[in-house]
Design a protein around this ligand. Structure first.
Ligand SMILES: [Ca+2]
Ligand SMILES: [Ca+2]
Length: 206
């Protein structure tokens, strides 16, 4: 019975990650011509949560012809700007094939208050300049180090006809625990392990 109680306590500890309430936030506003102004997003989390991942997917746009133009004439490969890659700890330069429709990147030091900025060329078969508002409907996600993902789409910005902005539709658990959670989980496993060891030694003593 005692062992069961200890195991139950360990199980409660293990479930902590799914109970975590995120106070995460991010602003991602795209204004004007995407060829001349960089894409920038800022971590606005209020309890120190770092951004650890970002994904951008054009395949959800109503017009299926949008692509990232990363090679050849008139292209701009993914290019971090303003020293923001070092500040946020961009893990690696992503390999974004020419005409790709989506990419994702990771960070290891993207604190609240920090901004990451990058250039990349977005094109459509018909050509012309691509303003932020042309990307309304693109799917975007941000991963945070508390194990949550804010998922949503670029939406229109009232009063700003060339802009779009990220709006969170849902927050999902990604199951990537932060270090403090790992410590709790390891403590939980240790608790269960020592209970089993005690049970075994009692069984041997009888
Ligand atoms: Ca181009
Ligand atoms: Ca930083």
């Amino acid at each position: 019975m005692k062992i069961l109680n200890l195991l139950a306590a360990a199980a409660v500890t293990l479930s902590v990650p799914t109970l975590a309430q995120a106070k995460t936030g991010v602003t991602f506003l795209i204004v004007g011509d995407t060829l001349t102004s960089p894409f920038s997003f800022t971590n606005t989390s209020d309890e120190g949560e770092k951004i650890v991942g970002f994904g951008f997917d054009l395949s959800t746009l109503t017009d299926a012809n949008y692509v990232f133009d990363t090679e050849g004439g008139g292209s701009t490969p993914f290019t971090p700007v303003n020293g923001t890659a070092a500040k946020t700890g961009l893990v690696a330069m992503p390999n974004i094939p020419d005409m790709a429709k989506a990419f994702s990147i990771a960070f290891f030091d993207f604190d609240p208050g920090e901004t990451f900025s990058y250039n990349i060329d977005v094109d459509i078969n018909a050509g012309g300049s691509i303003s932020g508002s042309r990307l309304i409907g693109a799917k975007v996600y941000f991963d945070f180090d508390n194990g949550t993902r804010s998922e949503g789409f670029l939406r229109a910005v009232p009063g700003r006809p060339t802009a779009s902005t990220f709006v969170t539709e849902r927050v999902i658990e990604t199951g990537v625990p932060e270090p403090a959670t790992w410590a709790l989980m390891i403590a939980g496993f240790g608790l269960a392990g020592s209970a089993v060891r005690r049970a075994r030694s009692r069984a041997l003593a009888v």
